[in-house]
Design a protein around this ligand. Sequence first.
Ligand code: AMP
Ligand code: ZN
Length: 471
Amino acid sequence: MKIFNTMSRSKEEFVPVKPGQVSMYVCGPTVYNLIHIGNARPMIVFDTVRRYFEYKGYKVNYVSNFTDVDDKIIKKAMEEGVDSSVISERYIDECKKDMTSLNIKPATVHPKATEEIDGMIEMIGKLIDKGYAYVAEDGTVYYSTRKFEGYGKLSHKDLDNMRSGNRELKVTGAEQKQDPLDFVLWKPKKEGEPYWDCPWCKGRPGWHIECSVMSKRYLGDEIDIHAGGEDLIFPHHENEIAQSEAANGVTFAKYWMHNAFLNIDGEKMAKSKGNFFTVRDVISQYDPQVLRYFMLSSHYRSPLNFSRELMESAKASYERILNCGENLKFLLTKAQGTMTEEEAALVKEAESYRAQFEAAMDDDFNTADAISAIFELVKWINSHVSGSSSKEFLETLDKELLDLTGVCGLIVERDNTLEDDLAAYVEAKIEERKAAKKARDFAKADAIRDELKAKGILLEDTREGVKWKKA
Ligand code: AMP
Ligand code: ZN
């Protein structure tokens, strides 16, 4: 299995720290608003990476944080006149609802920054003791980036150039910094802000320290994969490496994975630019599975442009997979018996698509090609099953399809649950229509079809009988 490692800028063979196990840390959202579909990209991509490791038999320990103390959260809390925890808890709940809609598995642990403050104070103290951090006059604690030899190794940036050329970096954080690239580990409180006691000043942590601390606490000093969107490479991930490696004395993460942006009109979708759609907006118009399909239809390291046309095309493609799965289920309601010799030989052909799928996923999680393999399988299934297929044959193909779609987190089943009364009514109407057709009363049969359509139920006549689904 090969993974593109941002650190080496090349694909590397995956060798876990501990055999048979994968530890993954994925930087999560800052919770002051509903998440937008740009935020959903890393969630869907890395959930799929996790699912593929699990499919391969690894035990995955997956940690993803919620940043619940931050300027934007505090600002919103002040506007609403509530405690900042009211804002963060509200949007953590909303984020979890969106994750459920998108069939994103809950992380093994979803730590929150405000619940890990003790660990942060401990790590900052250690960094000061080891000479990697210093305390300014007002109690602000800075990380001294010049002290950490490997600073810049992830982002491959020309630091000297940045130090001399970037006026903005010099100005932010004011003159107390010893170097323009030094960053805040802890800062004094301002009026009305949440704060904690610590040896340096009453205040709150900088952003980067939380991930170093949570990763260490839940996954250990050395982890397999650290991931997030590519905007996090610098400074966030660079700073996490500086903190963790200076404090722990070992390599922080073996593999660094970063997804490219979800764009709109060629520009990064971002809350600050106002050019975003929330997940909630999009799933009010499309099945959440269509959004998931759309995200996986391109490779995670390629920029992806969001448009209605692409969503419509994702919808049509996803429906083809759905129809195939439902047709199998329908045939299975009537099928019987074990596989014939001929069917057993055919299954070998079907299995070749699994090999194609795995080859794509083994090559740095190429979900675009993996989905093409699912399509090939769908095409193959559609042309090889019928009302005379054996039960065992259909079950085998159903499993092939569900195994592969399951890795992508795609649900191959429409929500066809109806209220009990309506379900009985639909069945009765189907029988009535059958009788009308038998009596050659086609006008009546059509009227029944139209009546059900008006109720949101679509009928389809197939060789094996009448199927219905929700419109
Ligand atoms: P934030 O809440 O801004 O800290 O972002 C949470 C996660 O979403 C991070 O991994 C970001 O890199 C990622 N992210 C934010 N916007 C986009 C975007 N337009 N495309 C892809 N990933 C994004
Ligand atoms: Zn992080």
